[in-house]
Design a protein around this ligand. Structure first.
Ligand SMILES: *Cc1c(COP(=O)(O)O)cnc(C)c1O
Length: 470
């Protein structure tokens, strides 16, 4: 028989059982379990057969010891939790695809504590009645926003759905044509209303809506008037819209409640921190709006949650609605949210304690210092293939906040010396396979690392060096 015939090569492959009986395989079984280990070995033997078929030779990794090392590497990769921590150097501080707000230490501590223990989630110590799961957060929100009560659900999309369902089910809700927004992920106000079982009555035009438009649309079936914060776009030019205060006055006059979807909900005056003013829930409540909803993980800087604050009687209807049961938050979210809100009781050092605010208010000179320090290292390790520079750039707040609202920042930029797009992509790919991937953005034929949201320059330096040496 021909020594080089594939049949002869196939016969050199060990059986799955033979591989499994090796002492080194026992270590893998211990670490990853028998099912996964067997599957990995079977897959590698299949690959070896494929290799022989195509090349008429044994793969170099066939000796048992190498095969098991290969299985180990694969199993280890599979064993990683798929939500991987990354360096968010995209320049978008609240990046939805990268998990939005990074929580404050106080929130992380509160969340881990309640994850480990049984807690008084709906249990009152002392009082007779069964406690309410939103009670603690509700009390804090009352103090912070001036709203009479609050309701907390899984995200702001859920909060908006619940407001429509609890207040305007089988009734009409009036909204301006200029505010029928779509935000990412197929969240469209008209669709949400339909899901909630309420009939949308559109008033005004795309660019102009007047108070009379709302007034003329009110009839005995009207249950709600809605204002939606157009956070991700701007209508400019010949425009008119009705303020929350005017709409609230009309609501009081006609007995129709007014709800506002605020989107990002900061509880502080942004201009005090050198940022562009953002509408706050307390402002809208003072203007007379009955219900205001906003996100927990946008500007608030907390866990993913949807918060509704406002009149006690209306909040009661939200709390009693069957959908609330389906949308309610778990103890972990509530603990993290409560701890985040407590930080707002001491706003003087919020820019240190709340990561989101810390990134948004970082001085450009600070960011520059990080860039300058890393510039030398990057030129040493990447300078042969890439032109590395320190350049000014603009960070975005993100998460639906105006893309036009930008913050001056500083970035490390990498341009391929050979001018090839492929060379640039190679760099980004190399950073993506790091244990903690570095995520930048490609723009104008350069790879940009905006260091605004960087916590630990030393950690990034080590990662950049590791990637260059790999
Ligand atoms: C972001 C946003 C939402 C959705 O909030 P999530 O917390 O992402 O569910 C709804 N409305 C507006 C105006 C928003 O900006």
């Amino acid at each position: 028989m021909n020594e080089r015939s594939p049949q002869h090569l196939y016969r050199k492959l060990p059986s799955v059982d033979r591989v499994l009986s090796d002492p080194a395989a026992a270590t893998l079984v211990d670490r990853y379990g028998a099912t996964l280990t067997t599957a990995a070995i079977r897959a590698l033997l299949d690959e070896a057969r494929e290799y022989i078929k195509n090349r008429n030779t044994l793969p170099e990794w066939l000796p048992l010891i190498k095969l098991l090392a290969r299985a180990d590497a694969r199993l280890d990769a599979q064993n990683q939790i798929s939500l991987r921590p990354v360096f968010n150097l995209t320049g978008v501080v609240l990046h939805t695809n990268l998990g939005r707000a990074r929580l404050a230490d106080a929130a992380i501590d509160a969340a881990t504590r309640v994850m480990r223990e049984a807690v008084t989630l709906e249990y009152s110590l002392g009082a007779q009645s069964r406690g309410h799961r939103d009670a603690a957060v509700s009390e804090l929100l009352r103090v912070l926003t001036g709203g009479e009560a609050a309701c907390v659900v899984n995200n702001n999309a859920a909060a908006v759905l619940l407001m429509f369902a609890a207040i305007a089910d089988d009734k009409e809700a009036i909204a301006s044509r200029g505010e029928l927004i779509e935000i990412g992920g197929s969240f469209r106000i008209p669709d949400v209303m339909r899901q909630a079982g309420c009939r949308l009555v559109e008033v005004g035009t795309t660019n102009r809506t007047h108070l009379e438009d709302y007034r003329n649309a009110i009839n005995e079936n009207t249950a709600l008037m809605v204002k939606v914060h157009t956070s991700n776009y701007k209508i400019q030019g010949f425009t008119a819209s009705v303020s929350e205060a005017e709409l609230a006055a009309l609501g009081r006059e006609t007995g129709v409640p007014v709800a506002a979807d605020l989107g990002s909900g900061t509880l502080i005056e942004f201009s005090d921190y050198g940022l562009t003013h953002e509408t706050t829930p307390q402002e809208l409540l003072r203007a007379g709006v009955d219900l205001v909803s906003f996100s927990g993980d946008k500007l608030l800087g907390g866990p993913q949650a949807g918060i509704v604050v406002g009149r006690a009687a209306l909040i009661e209807r939200l709390q009693k609605h069957p959908l609330k049961r389906a949308l309610r938050c778990d103890k972990t979210t509530l603990a993290a949210l409560e701890a985040t809100l407590r930080l707002y009781l001491r706003p003087d050092n919020l820019a240190e304690t709340l990561p989101t605010l810390r990134y948004l208010t970082r001085r450009v000179s600070d960011i520059c210092a990080d860039v300058e320090r890393l510039l030398t290292v990057c030129r040493a390790y990447y300078g042969r293939t890439y032109i590395v520079e320190s350049e000014t750039c603009l960070s975005q707040i993100g998460s639906g906040s105006l893309p036009l609202d930008t913050l001056p920042s500083r970035a490390l930029t990498f341009a391929a010396r050979d001018g090839s797009g492929r060379t640039l992509e190679c760099l980004s790919e190399r950073w993506h396979v790091l244990p903690k991937p570095i995520i930048g953005r490609i723009q104008d034929a350069k790879l940009w690392l905006d260091l605004r949201a960087l916590d630990d320059g030393d950690e990034l330096e080590r990662a950049l060096i590791a990637a260059a040496e790999s």
